[in-house]
Design a protein around this ligand. Structure first.
Ligand code: ADE
Length: 225
């Protein structure tokens, strides 16, 4: 998979993909993330990217032309499955959407800034708008990093244990069960006996019951879906 991220603050995206699982995804040739500095497409000698909004009101708006030129350049090089815009009024990101996007070949992610981008870009170029939650960030970069992380680890071959993503929270609308590691007793607190039993069908059953219990307690609405 190839992901092209368009940003006004590319520095914010320097580190997130260079560690741990996403680093491995890159090393295995499974995920390539390219961050494009929108400033390079800025207009005039000041490389202008934003302007006042028509009709008045506080806050600057990302101009259509630099964004259109940047997307046009990318589209001239390959076909994109989705052109995504990160925005608080987009579709709420969840595991289901992460699963769907992890099967794509080429994605563009446009990070919003200031008051947002000129609506004509959203109408003419954007195929999917994503929000990572009901709160407002100062820009779309951290949201884009969340989306890339969530989908990157789902690309087949990225996780060592192919099954482990299948047991993530949300994968089947259940939160994950509790986990323990050594020592079996820590400050008097013991690991549940069943996990030490070696009885794997019984362990699976216990995990399922715990996941169900946890979901019931914390996110009961997931069980209705
Ligand atoms: N940009 C600003 N806030 C955002 C959010 N909650 N999700 C996605 N992009 C954003």
């Amino acid at each position: 998979m190839r992901i092209d991220i368009i940003s006004v603050v590319p520095e914010l995206l320097e580190s997130p993909f260079q560690h741990s699982i996403l680093k491995r995804a890159h090393e295995r040739g499974l995920l390539e993330v390219n961050v494009h500095n929108l400033r390079e497409y800025g207009l005039g000698k000041h490389k202008q990217l934003d302007d006042y909004q028509f009709g008045g009101g506080a806050g600057m708006v990302l101009m259509a032309e630099p964004v259109a030129n940047c997307i046009d350049d990318l589209k001239a090089q390959r076909t994109y499955d989705e052109i995504i815009y990160m925005t608080p009024d987009g579709k709420l990101f969840d595991q289901k959407l992460a699963n769907r996007l992890s099967l794509k070949e080429n994605l563009i992610i446009l990070c919003g800034h200031y008051k947002g981008v000129d609506e004509r870009i959203r109408e003419q170029y954007i195929t999917l708008e994503i929000s990572i939650g009901d709160y407002v960030l100062s820009g779309g970069e951290l949201a884009a990093a969340v989306v890339v992380d969530a989908i990157g680890r789902l690309i087949p071959g990225v996780l060592n244990d192919e099954t482990s993503a299948l047991f993530d929270s949300f994968q089947d609308n259940l939160l994950a069960p509790p986990v323990y590691t050594r020592p079996a007793e820590f400050r008097g607190l013991k690991v549940p006996e069943i996990l030490l039993s070696g009885n794997f069908p019984a362990i699976e059953e216990w995990r399922y019951e715990e996941a169900l219990k946890r979901t019931q307690e914390r996110r009961p609405e997931l069980l209705d879906e």
